[in-house]
Design a protein. Structure first.
Length: 194
């Protein structure tokens, strides 16, 4: 039988250790992501996001932070961010009619413009529908930030800016992704509105 108290402590320690490793593994990339978003928003462009499962939920979370706000001490206008994971009619029609691997690429084809930024989230870096979304984004001159984990998978070499969380544990990677997203959003808000 599992020692539940020990499991809790070990999980918290592992999560903390991964977050501390992000400083050395991802700090430079985070700064580039911030500048890319600041430049894009200043030029009247938008942020698109895609991911599967928990990463789809992260897309919604991140988009909401940009559209509404993250930092309550900063009064600011909305920033254009769209989670491509939220329209069930679009997703299910796409999955049925053109295949699940094409649903995000199709949305990027219709909604994406040169100068936009795409945050493509994949803990493995190997999700076929995220790979196709990245390829579509690149064909439209959209800057692609990959939120990845482990080795970065196939996407590491396909995105413009891989942010690879230094862990092989899906839970820790997802926790790292949302931490990085909060840092990016807070810095973008500060840069644009203070």
């Amino acid at each position: 039988m599992i020692d539940k108290e020990k499991f809790i402590v070990e999980s918290l320690k592992e999560s903390s250790e991964v977050k501390l490793k992000i400083e050395n593994a991802c700090k430079a990339e985070i700064l580039v992501a911030v500048q890319s978003l600041v430049d894009s928003f200043r030029n009247g462009k938008k942020l698109l996001l895609c991911g599967n499962g928990g990463s789809a939920a992260d897309c919604q979370h991140i988009a909401a932070e940009f559209v509404i706000r993250l930092s309550h001490h900063i009064q600011r206008p909305s920033l254009p961010a769209i989670a491509l994971t939220t329209d069930t009619s679009n997703l299910t029609a796409g999955g049925n009619d053109i295949g699940w691997e094409n649903v995000f690429a199709r949305s990027i084809e219709g909604l994406g413009n040169a100068g936009d930024v795409l945050i493509a989230i994949s803990t493995s870096g190997n999700s076929p529908n995220i790979i196709k979304a990245v390829e579509q984004a690149k064909s439209k001159n959209i800057f692609v930030v990959g939120f990845l984990g482990g080795t970065g998978g196939k996407l590491k070499d396909k995105v413009d800016l891989p942010i690879v969380i230094p862990s092989a544990n899906t839970q820790r990677i997802q926790e790292g992704h949302i931490t990085v997203a909060h840092i990016i959003c807070e810095l973008v808000e500060t840069e644009l509105f203070t």
